[in-house]
Design a protein around this ligand. Structure first.
Ligand code: SF4
Length: 300
């Protein structure tokens, strides 16, 4: 009998002493085969704790880079070279350095959805799960925050005692821009609990019942039976796997194209070839690691 691709991947994983981590937005078949599925913060923590020799990161580049910075001595593999994040690409280290000149003394918080070079000039990295607490932990009253201006605006509402300067002013994720206020109203009219990601624009956040990171959605879902979720579509699969008796509807057009690049075939090829092997310059790893360690220490 021919061995299924899932069994070949499991066998290769054991042979190579690898762990497979997958983000909540990955394809269902990738979520099913992963050892751990989670949000950026949960996966960063798992990557740090991993005892295996190889970390295979099914996600996008900034996530694999973060795992590499936390484990410089380990091999970190991103199955598809070039699986990126258009939000992360909206911020450069030069933009942050310019903002630091404009706001002397302001601490720099960057969202984990940013390049390793941006993390290297940041004081602190955050995820959507701990962004408000990260900003609260800053010593400076003014905080430079990038690249997601919607997350910056959400955090400003949660932490009014700080002055948040978003860099760039309109940084956003295209996946979270597909929702409309009418979608939220309609879902509520149909008796559904609405939950949105903080990367959603303000008009969606203002109408949703709950605002939560994807990890937060997993925790909140115990509280109700019929949900409409406003984030990337595969999150509905993740929630349904965890709570098979509950209903989760999602906008099928909310698709992160880069998260869909990792297929079972690509994952198998990556385990065989050991590519794409994530590498970063030593100085970037050294400069970014403190800011990422602070992120891991801050609770959501
Ligand atoms: S969903 Fe948006 S923020 Fe997340 S990886 Fe895709 S493009 Fe980047």
């Amino acid at each position: 009998m021919t061995e299924t691709i899932q069994n070949r991947i499991r066998r290769l994983k054991t042979e190579k002493n690898a762990i497979i981590l997958a983000h909540n937005y990955e394809l269902p078949e990738i979520q099913d085969i992963a050892d751990v599925v989670g949000d950026s913060l949960e996966l960063a923590i798992k990557a740090k704790e991993a005892t295996e020799e190889i970390i295979v990161f099914c996600g996008v580049e900034f996530m694999a880079e973060t795992a590499k910075i936390l484990n410089p001595e380990k091999k970190v593999i991103l199955p598809v070279k070039g699986a990126g994040c258009p939000l992360a690409d909206q911020l450069t280290p030069e933009m942050l350095l310019e903002a630091k000149q404009e706001y002397p003394g302001a601490e720099v918080v960057v969202y984990v959805n940013s390049t390793a070079e941006c993390k290297a000039v940041a004081d602190l990295v955050c995820t959507s799960a701990n962004a408000a607490n990260a900003v609260r932990s800053c010593r400076s009253k003014t905080v430079i925050f990038g690249p997601d201006s919607n997350l910056a605006d959400y955090v400003q509402g949660e932490v009014p005692e700080k002055i948040i300067i978003p860099v760039p002013k309109t940084g956003h994720c295209y996946v979270h821009a597909v929702f409309t206020e009418d979608d939220v109203r309609e879902a509520k009219k149909n008796g559904r609990i609405t939950i949105c990601h903080p990367e959603c624009p303000k008009n969606i956040r203002d109408h949703a019942d709950i605002i939560a990171s994807t990890g937060g959605m997993v925790r909140e879902a115990v509280k109700g039976d019929r949900w409409t979720i406003f984030t990337e579509k595969e999150m509905a699969y993740r929630l349904k796997t965890l709570y098979p008796d509950k209903e989760f509807s999602v906008n099928e057009n909310a698709i992160c194209r880069d998260m869909k690049l990792t297929t079972l075939k690509k994952l198998e090829e990556a385990l065989i070839s050991g590519e794409y092997n994530v590498t970063l310059p030593d100085d970037i790893i050294q400069k970014a690691s403190g800011a990422i360690e602070r992120m891991i220490a801050i609770k959501g």
